[in-house]
Design a protein around this ligand. Structure first.
Ligand code: SF4
Length: 500
């Protein structure tokens, strides 16, 4: 039996791990390793291995009823041609980078047509001087990490960006010293430090042969990003901002414009009635916001919610219009990973290389034409991508930035700071076996938690009883790698007690 083989990139994060998806004649999917992939050399993390589950196909819908893609595009254009949209005050477009550069560029052209911009959801960019953007956008190469003398680690690679672990271990083998400045002790570090951010420069021993590994996501505190940029500037260390979306670097280069809004800002705009129409391209705010129920309730206030997507995700169920596109692995197109490398989808049937799907591009092109714009085709968009977005890491060229870091603050009594350790399963609201939180031994003793028992967490939005695991980490923290119904943000102050 012949099968389709797709050479593609894992959508779990901005590492850009290469892999093959095999699809048999019944549509059943399987993952194969791609040893020639430069980012991951054939390895995949648990999320990558579960990709057949992730690729749930979307269905075009209009007002909750199944529809043809042509009809869905027509209705979307009718709703976008309304009076409010023409003056563009009540409309927001969101594309975080979960699809190809070519679709993102086509979406950007629709935004141009409508006199607006595509928001990439990373509100931090609008709060940073533009000369900082290249350093935040594209980091050092993954190979470079293996050849530095010192690594300052501000992420938890085991949970958040698993394929980074191999790079860090390789660097250690080559003589690098690894200091983790994260939220819990990491086995791969030579040293785990919980230090005052004001002491990073004096205590971390960084220089031009070092690298700082940190992250940027839609809920990142701007003050934190500024502090990381200052640290790189003062020490001359290289810096790498890991990001959760496969093409975050690509959309940053293709789609940014003045007036960028972060996802929380867009949600506030909807909640306050300032945004009446939202168009999203492979970006589900219900998955992306820390409190899914609150996000869904806010989205229901929209007059028009138009979803253009390759996946079946929660936002599809409340959308006015869903325009379904082919799965991400089957699209013609390219992605840019965290090191600025352009990675192309390739589509093979038997012994032949075939062009991959353009259903998404075609739908965006038709929509653009309905709105009075030009037709768009894949090859022209791809050529434009090749011309415009190839970038390499550039040394920091900005000036010292003023910054104030979000204060996590001490906790008193039976309270704790619940902090999300964002990871691919969390960004896509997918089930995982992380059904526990991490606490330290002091909290276990203080609350009298029983071995094998549970901890009860509570906040204004709910309560949850959950298993716990003990780790070496600072007092007062509760770390979670899955969404919990008590969280209202990246950090939530919660009540804690033992479940008896
Ligand atoms: S590290 Fe990121 S890109 Fe690589 S397999 Fe895991 S989730 Fe996918």
């Amino acid at each position: 039996m012949k099968e389709m083989i797709y050479q593609t990139v894992c959508p779990g994060c901005n590492m850009g791990c290469g892999l093959y998806i095999r699809e048999n004649e019944d549509g059943k999917l399987a993952v194969d390793f791609m040893k020639s992939s430069s980012a991951n050399l054939g390895k995949l993390c648990r999320f990558g291995m579960k990709l057949p589950y992730h690729y749930s196909k979307s269905v075009s819908m209009v007002d909750g009823k199944k529809a043809s893609v042509e009809y869905a595009v027509k209705i979307a254009s009718d709703r976008l041609s309304g009076e409010d949209v023409c003056v563009n005050v009540n409309v927001a477009l969101l594309g975080v980078g979960n699809t190809t550069n070519e679709e993102s560029l086509a979406f950007n052209k629709i935004a141009d047509r409508m006199g607006t911009i595509v928001n990439t959801g990373m509100g931090v960019y609008s709060e940073l001087p533009t000369e900082c953007h290249p350093t935040v956008g594209v980091g050092v190469t993954l190979n470079d990490i293996e050849n530095v003398n010192r690594i300052a680690l501000f992420v938890d690679p085991y949970i958040q960006y698993p394929l980074l672990v191999r790079r860090i271990l390789a660097a250690r083998k080559n003589g690098a010293y690894v200091v983790s400045v994260g939220l819990r002790d990491l086995h791969l570090a030579d040293e785990n430090r919980y230090i005052d951010p004001d002491l990073y420069e004096s205590e971390l021993g960084l220089d031009s042969g070092s690298v700082i590994i940190t992250e940027l996501h839609p809920n990142t505190d701007t003050g934190w990003v500024r502090r990381m940029l200052n640290l790189a500037l003062r020490t001359q260390a290289k810096i790498l901002f890991m990001k959760p979306f496969v093409n975050a670097a690509g959309v940053d280069l293709l789609c940014k414009g003045a007036g960028q809004k972060g996802i929380p800002e867009i949600m506030d705009g909807i909640n306050e009635g300032n945004i009446k129409t939202l168009v999203v391209l492979d970006s589900d705010p219900i998955e992306l916001m820390p409190d899914s129920d609150a996000a869904a309730a806010i989205l229901k206030k929209l007059d028009n919610l138009i979803v253009i997507t390759s996946r079946d995700s929660p936002v599809n169920r409340i959308a006015d219009v869903v325009i379904a596109t082919e799965p991400q692995y089957a699209k013609a197109g390219s992605f840019m990973n965290v090191e600025g490398r352009l990675l192309n989808n390739v589509h093979v049937y038997g012994d032949n290389n075939l062009p991959s799907g353009t259903a998404g591009i075609d739908a965006l092109s038709t929509l653009n034409q309905y709105l009075g714009g030009e037709a768009m085709d894949y090859q022209t968009l791809h050529n434009k991508v090749l011309e415009s977005i190839v970038r390499k890491y550039t040394k920091p060229k900005y000036k010292e930035l003023a910054c104030q870091v979000l204060d996590i603050g001490p906790v008193e009594g039976q309270k704790g700071n619940l902090i999300y350790l964002y990871n691919p399963f969390m960004w896509f609201d997918q089930p995982d076996d992380n059904d526990f939180v991490l606490v330290n031994m002091n909290m276990v003793k203080k609350l009298g938690l029983r071995k094998g028992g549970m901890i009860a967490l509570g906040s204004d939005v709910g309560t949850v009883n959950i298993r716990y695991r003990v780790e070496n980490m600072p007092d007062g923290l509760i770390l979670s790698a899955r969404k919990l119904p008590v969280a209202t943000g990246w950090i939530t102050m919660v009540s804690t007690e033992a479940v008896l």
